[in-house]
Design a protein around this ligand. Structure first.
Ligand code: 13P
Ligand code: SF4
Length: 325
C-alpha cells in the first residue's frame, strides 16, 4: 500500500510535474542527500521547503558546514558560487542560472582589475555580492552583517578599496570613521525605494518604525531607526517593542517576519514608480518551486568555475569567516 505522500508524488499536473511538489522535493532531498539553502528574498513556498534560511553570511556558514552531497541553492548566482567556492567536490545546483544580481553585474572583472591597479597600496574588501572573479581579486570578503566589524579590524593606516556597493561602502565609512575608496556599484532593488513615500508612510503610521538594509541610499537610511542585514532586521523586529514596521528591503523577508512575530504589522517600503513590483528582486524571483524540483530531478543547472579562480576566491572568503566568528 502507498503512503499518502508517495501516492501524491505519483500524481501529475498538466506538464508532467508532480501534483504535490513539496512531497516530491522531500523525496528528492533524501534520494540525493541534498540540502536546500534559501535566502530570505525567495518566494514563501521555497522558504518553507528549505532546510536552512538565512542572510548571506548565515548561508555561507551553512554551506561551509554541510555534510550533504548536493547543495540546492535557492538564491542568486553569486550565493551559489560562494557555496561552490567552499565545496569544490559537491554538486551545487541553482534552480535558474539567470538568477544574477544587478550589484554583482555592476562590477565587471576587467574594469575592476584596472581600478585595483590604480590603487596599488590598497587592501581590497569586497561585499559578497560579487562574482567569483572579483572575489579572486579581493583580500577580504564581507557581507552586510559583518562589513563594519571587518573594516574595524584592519589597521587604521591601511588604505582600503571597498567594492562593489557604494551605499554599503558609504554606510561603513560613517560607522567606522574610515575613508574608503568606493567602487560605484549599486543594487537596483535597494535604490528604488522612495524617500517621499517612506516619509508619507511614517506620517500615516506614526507608531511605525522604519527599518532598512544598508544597500539603501542615504536619503532612505536617514529615516530608519534600525539598519542591518536581512537577518539583523528579522531579529530586530522580534525584539523591538514596536508593533508596526516599514521595511526598506526586498519584501520576501516579510514572510519570516510575519511567521516569527505574527501579531506585528509589516509594511513594505514602496518603490518610486507607482504600480510596479520594483521593490521585489527580479533575479531572486526567477527561482520557483517548479524550477527547484526540476533542478533536483535533472541534477542541473550546476555551478562550475575554474579551479584557479576558485582557489583565489577561497582565501578572502576564509579570511571573512575567521574575522567574523
Ligand atoms: P544580506 O546580507 O542581508 O543577505 O543581503 C543580501 C542581498 O542581496 C541584499 O540585497
Ligand atoms: Fe542583488 Fe539587489 Fe537582488 Fe540583492 S536584492 S540579489 S543585491 S539585485
Amino acid at each position: 500500500m502507498f503512503t499518502t505522500a508517495f501516492a501524491k508524488t505519483n500524481q501529475t499536473q498538466p506538464g508532467g510535474l508532480p501534483l504535490d511538489l513539496f512531497a516530491a522535493i522531500e523525496n528528492l532531498k533524501k534520494e540525493l542527500n541534498a540540502v536546500i539553502l534559501a535566502h530570505y528574498y525567495q518566494e514563501p513556498d521555497i522558504q518553507d521547503i528549505a532546510d536552512f534560511i538565512g542572510d548571506s553570511l548565515q548561508l555561507a556558514r551553512a554551506a561551509a558546514q554541510t555534510n550533504a552531497d548536493v547543495i540546492v541553492f535557492a538564491g542568486v548566482h553569486f550565493m551559489a558560487e560562494t557555496a561552490k567556492i567552499l565545496n569544490p567536490d559537491k554538486l551545487v545546483l541553482l534552480p535558474d542560472l539567470n538568477a544574477g544580481c544587478s550589484l554583482a553585474d555592476s562590477c565587471p572583472p576587467k574594469e575592476f582589475a584596472a581600478f585595483k591597479a590604480a590603487h596599488p597600496d590598497h587592501l581590497v574588501v569586497s561585499y559578497i555580492n560579487c562574482s567569483a572573479e572579483i572575489k579572486a581579486m579581493s583580500d577580504i570578503i564581507c557581507t552586510s552583517s559583518n562589513a563594519v566589524k571587518i573594516v574595524q579590524q584592519i589597521p587604521k593606516d591601511q588604505p582600503i578599496i571597498f567594492a562593489p556597493d557604494r551605499n554599503l561602502g558609504r554606510y561603513v565609512m560613517e560607522q567606522t570613521g574610515r575613508d574608503l575608496v568606493l567602487w560605484q556599484g549599486s543594487c537596483v532593488v535597494h535604490e528604488t525605494f522612495s524617500e517621499k513615500k517612506i516619509v508619507q508612510l511614517k506620517i500615516a503610521h506614526p507608531e511605525a518604525e522604519a527599518i532598512a538594509h544598508p544597500e539603501c541610499e542615504s536619503s532612505v537610511l536617514r529615516h530608519a531607526s534600525y539598519i542591518g542585514s536581512t537577518a539583523a532586521l528579522l531579529k530586530y523586529c522580534q525584539t523591538s517593542p514596536s508593533q508596526e514596521f516599514i521595511v526598506a528591503t526586498e519584501p520576501g523577508i516579510i514572510h519570516q517576519m510575519q511567521k516569527l512575530a505574527p501579531a506585528k504589522h509589516f509594511i513594505p517600503a514602496p518603490p518610486t514608480t507607482n504600480n510596479c513590483n520594483c521593490n521585489e528582486c527580479p533575479f531572486m524571483r526567477l527561482n520557483t518551486l517548479e524550477k527547484l524540483y526540476l533542478a533536483m530531478k535533472n541534477r542541473t543547472p550546476e555551478i562550475t568555475m575554474s579551479e584557479d579562480i576558485r582557489v583565489a576566491a577561497l582565501r578572502p572568503m576564509q579570511r571573512m569567516l575567521e574575522m567574523s566568528l
